[in-house]
Design a protein around this ligand. Structure first.
Ligand code: GH3
Ligand code: MG
Ligand code: MG
Ligand code: MG
Length: 316
């Protein structure tokens, strides 16, 4: 009996720790206009380790969501002072999809149709009051856990397996949105394609594994140079893309020149050898109503000229 109980209690302990870890990484926006019931829910959430931000009205909840401080779950009372949880949900769903944000309502009273209506409107979960604390905790953990797993899948789908920088899919998806926003603001920006010079020769001389090490090293260096401000991705093979965040062609050219020099000066150590790598860059301006594909195509044409002119250079 003792032997049988021991693994169970360890399993239980692990699941309690797991739950606390997941909850601690989850940010809940708690919207409730009634002070007493908000305080009660706040205490429950805090006890379960959630990060909580409070809102006293639907309008305040929407304002806090807009300031975008990484909220994962909205937990709303069904009747707020200025709107219902349905109204809030409708506003939220216009801006945030179901993958980005879970919305949970807490309802009281005899109207048992609330739950079905709320879930059919794109709500994630509905909790009926009066409720068992353990049920409330379990339902919220379930929502947090699924939300975190969806976020993890999105992040895996956006990254290149070899270099761990963004992949081509993400570059196109997020990049075309960035360009739309920039052009709508009346701005201009620039896009670059970087291609490693004579990479096939390097593969043929040192082997594919060394080639992979070089790709990883170049990606790491590019990431360090480019930081979070601009969008960097591996477009495929030994090609990388940079979509600049509102940077005119002159400033982008200076930036690319710094990158080109840095890579040319760096030594990649592989197979006890110090390898010198150079890159060529095609750089195009983004202005006017072209498709994202066309901007990239323009950069590709300039890259072709850079290769033709002798490599290790920028053409814009
Ligand atoms: P250029 O200066 O004109 O760009 O010459 P290049 O040799 O770099 O260009 P080419 O397009 O002829 O060759 C690219 C090579 O990149 C061919 C391919 O085997 C290699 N390659 C593509 N993806 C990978 C990869 O994931 N790992 C390794 N090791 N090599 C790759
Ligand atoms: Mg090539
Ligand atoms: Mg190449
Ligand atoms: Mg290439």
């Amino acid at each position: 009996c003792v032997i049988k109980n021991q693994p169970d209690s360890i399993t239980h302990l692990i699941s309690v720790v797991d739950r606390a870890l997941t909850n601690a990484r989850t940010h809940v926006l708690l919207a409730d206009s009634a002070e007493a019931s908000r305080a009660e829910l706040l205490a429950l959430l805090k006890k379960q380790q959630f990060n909580v931000t409070e809102a006293g009205s639907g309008a305040e909840a929407l304002r806090l969501l807009d300031t975008g401080n990484g909220i994962d779950i909205v937990l709303s009372d069904i009747a707020l002072c200025d709107m219902t949880a349905y109204g809030l949900l409708k506003e939220i769903r216009q801006r945030h999809g179901e993958d980005a944000l879970s919305v949970v309502a807490v309802g009281a009273g005899d109207d048992r149709t609330h739950a079905a209506k709320f879930l059919q409107s794109g709500g994630t979960e509905f909790i009926q009051k009066p409720m068992l604390i353990e049920e409330f905790n379990s339902r919220l953990f379930q929502v947090a856990n699924i939300q975190k797993r969806i976020q993890a899948l999105h992040s895996i789908a956006a990254r290149d397996y070899l270099t761990d920088i963004y992949n081509r899919r993400y570059f196109f998806q997020y990049g075309s949105r960035m360009v739309d926003q920039c052009l709508r603001r009346g701005g201009t920006t620039s896009i670059a394609i970087i291609d490693i010079d004579l990479f096939k020769r390097l593969n043929d001389t040192y082997g594919h594994e060394v080639g992979d090490l070089v790709l990883k090293a170049v990606a790491k260096r590019l990431r360090a140079l480019i930081g979070e401000e601009h969008l960097l991705a591996r477009l495929g093979g030994e090609e990388f893309g940079i979509l600049f965040n509102e940077l005119g062609i002159c400033a982008a050219h200076d930036f690319c020149e710094t990158v080109r020099r840095d890579i040319a000066a760096a030594k990649v150590v592989a197979d006890d050898e110090e390898l010198s790598i150079t890159i060529s860059i095609g750089l195009a301006t983004i202005e006017g109503p072209e498709t994202f594909d066309n901007y990239l195509h323009a950069a590709d044409q300039f890259l072709y000229m850079a290769k033709y002119d002798g490599r290790n250079r920028i053409v814009s």
